[in-house]
Design a protein around this ligand. Structure first.
Ligand code: Q9C
Ligand code: ZN
Length: 342
């Protein structure tokens, strides 16, 4: 399969992150994408091509216009306010506040449009975010044009980004934009299967009231793990979307046996929905040695994930999400893709 990848992701680098008790170098760093790209070439997965430029018209159908304008303007505003370095929020709206009045100062705006401190900005962040979005759309177009599968090597990732908020290293929800693209180009039903260790709260929020995009999530139980406030099994959709959202929260320490049983259940639901296209939010932070996660999948498990997904027999777009064990990220992510192709 083809890989769509933009070197412009490197502009999003040098940023720091608020860890449990310290400010540290961001875990979501450029070497992640570089090592995956090198592995794609090492195993001969297929050509690596750069994305075409796409406008934001599809993104505007799933993200608020003021939110997208914010993403583009935040770093220039940060500099104009006299700040430098990593732009990071420190205050967020919660219960009982005015959620309808965006502040004008950048210190307020950056918190207003986020749910945590994890979506930070440096000078090249917007260009990288835009290139990641472009990769998802260009890869989606390949699948829409008839390819069995494609790999959008997106960086930064997207699944924590909702209609009007960033967080968890995510800005534009690349998989959600791709789903909207498929809907706008002939697909009646689209499924997003999210196998990242963390619940894809942004993807769930965007499609929660919609029946035309089925969303399934396998993830660490939010009672015990980030993003904590969404991802429980009783979240099944609302209104017209009732019955089209499926969560599989799993205990910390889950290994292949428990994880693959959830994948089988999810795949049965996908098959019953019979979508015209499948999008896999591909996180490999389920790996046993991931530095911020607590599942126990091994490198030999990833090809089995790909093989199980291939058995669905659907046009499939893989969109890169998380995975922070940089040394093994190429073997694990590309392992899913080679397993799919066998
Ligand atoms: N500072 C994705 O996998 N919390 N995002 C980490 C250490 C944020 C993960 C705790 C995790 C975000 C796309
Ligand atoms: Zn993750």
């Amino acid at each position: 399969m083809k890989t769509v990848f933009s070197p412009r992701h490197v502009g999003h680098s040098g940023n720091v992150e608020l860890d449990t008790n310290a400010i540290v170098a961001a875990y979501e760093k450029p070497s992640r994408a570089q090592i995956i790209r090198e592995r794609v070439e090492a195993v001969g997965l297929g050509p690596v091509i750069e994305p075409n430029a796409h406008d934001l018209s599809t993104a505007r159908k799933i993200h608020a216009h003021d939110y997208l304008d914010f993403l583009e303007s935040v770093y220039p505003q940060w500099l104009a306010a006299g700040h430098s370095g990593t732009a990071m929020p420190y205050v967020w709206p919660t219960r009982g506040v005015r959620a309808d009045v965006p502040p004008t100062s950048i210190e307020g705006r950056i918190g207003y449009y986020a749910f945590d401190a994890g979506a930070t900005f440096v000078a090249g962040t917007w260009d990288a975010v835009k290139s990641s979005h472009d990769s998802a759309l260009s890869a989606a177009r390949l699948v829409q044009a008839g390819e069995r599968a494609a790999f959008a090597l997106c960086r930064p990732p997207g699944h924590h980004a909702g209609s009007n908020f960033a967080g968890g290293y995510c800005y534009i929800n690349n998989a959600a934009v791709a789903a909207q693209f498929f809907r706008d180009n002939g697909a009646k039903r689209v499924t997003i299967l999210d196998v990242d260790y963390h619940h894809g709260n942004g993807t769930q929020q965007i499609f929660y009231a919609r029946a035309d995009v089925q969303v399934l999530n396998l993830h660490a139980d939010p009672l015990q793990e980030y993003p904590y406030f969404l991802g429980h099994a009783d979240e099944t959709g609302s209104g017209a979307g009732e019955g089209f959202n499926h969560n599989f929260p799993l205990p910390l320490g889950t290994a292949w046996e428990g994880w693959s049983a959830a994948l089988d259940s999810a795949c049965d639901l996908v098959a019953a929905y019979a979508p015209d296209a499948l999008i896999v939010s591909l996180g490999v932070d389920t790996f046993e040695r991931d530095p911020i996660s607590k599942f126990r999948l091994t490198s030999s498990d990833y090809p089995k994930i790909g093989a199980r997904i291939a058995r669905l027999g659907l046009p499939t777009l893989f969109v890169m999400e998380g995975g922070y064990a940089v040394e093994e990220i190429g073997i694990n992510a590309v392992g899913v893709l080679t397993g799919f192709e066998q």
